[in-house]
Design a protein around this ligand. Sequence first.
Ligand SMILES: NC(=O)c1ccc[n+]([C@@H]2O[C@H](COP(=O)([O-])OP(=O)(O)OC[C@H]3O[C@@H](n4cnc5c(N)ncnc54)[C@H](OP(=O)(O)O)[C@@H]3O)[C@@H](O)[C@H]2O)c1
Length: 276
Amino acid sequence: MTKLRIGLFGRGRLGTAIASEAVEAGTKLAWQAGREGIPPAPVDVAIDASAREAVEAHLAWALDTGTDLVIGTTGWSLPELESRVAGRIGVLVAANFSLTVALMARLALVLGRFAALDPARDPYLLEHHHRLKLDAPSGTAKSLAAALMAGCPRKTEWTLGSAEPHQLSLGVLRAGAEFGTHTVGLDAPAEVLELTHRARSRTPFAQGALAAARWLQGRKGLFSMDDLAADLLDPLFTNLNEGGPPARGARSASPLVLPPGASAPSPDAPSLGGKP
Ligand SMILES: NC(=O)c1ccc[n+]([C@@H]2O[C@H](COP(=O)([O-])OP(=O)(O)OC[C@H]3O[C@@H](n4cnc5c(N)ncnc54)[C@H](OP(=O)(O)O)[C@@H]3O)[C@@H](O)[C@H]2O)c1
């Protein structure tokens, strides 16, 4: 089998983690670029782990060269991304490459639905990242907020800190060396439910970035990590009253080796990624 050739925009914290994971995974890293410019060597898929102001130029390069692009960089917004990409290359946008966070987003949707049943159940969101992270709230926090609000229609927007009844209160902390912690919670008069994801290193992000690159190769259009995760995660939510393992036909192999063709966005899954 031919090795996937990847190019990597970014040689900072995330870029370094992806580069070392690529060696582990037997992926060929053709080049890794910082802000000095784009190396000319063609690759199968490029991964953007750089800075928000660089994403536009990297997308333009990908469109010009017909190279599929995985964008892990957060905090940017590109108008008409979908129509620009349509039919030309594959672009996968992921504010968070962790599959566990994709699962958390589904659970956040359910938490939101549960909150919707009783106005006394107040959903909220907290996130904590290292002090050098530039964007706040994180792209992951925005995706989780979108999932919570999709489940709880009385919450129509998020806000930092004090919230009106129609707003979801979101707390942001930038301190220390934390890789990334997100909590979705529900505060009711007599009880509290919290679900926390905490990354112990950048490894899950690096592994997810490479899985996304493998999955994206040869696909055309705009995708999110949720598209990659759907085959594995959706079966976990069927036959819940029967208990037991995932439904028949569910994929039990590691999502990090999902075969090509394994994509089917869930119709009621919240829109994750794509609009960081
Ligand atoms: N999707 C995920 O799961 C995930 C996980 C973690 C982080 N992130 C995101 O990934 C991005 C990178 O994070 P990081 O912690 O690795 O940042 P970092 O350590 O600051 O590294 C940033 C890299 O971007 C390059 N860069 C900066 N400005 C540039 C420009 N104008 N043009 C081209 N390259 C430029 C830097 O180049 P030089 O080397 O030349 O300085 C450096 O290599 C952030 O947006 C972060 O939020 C995403």
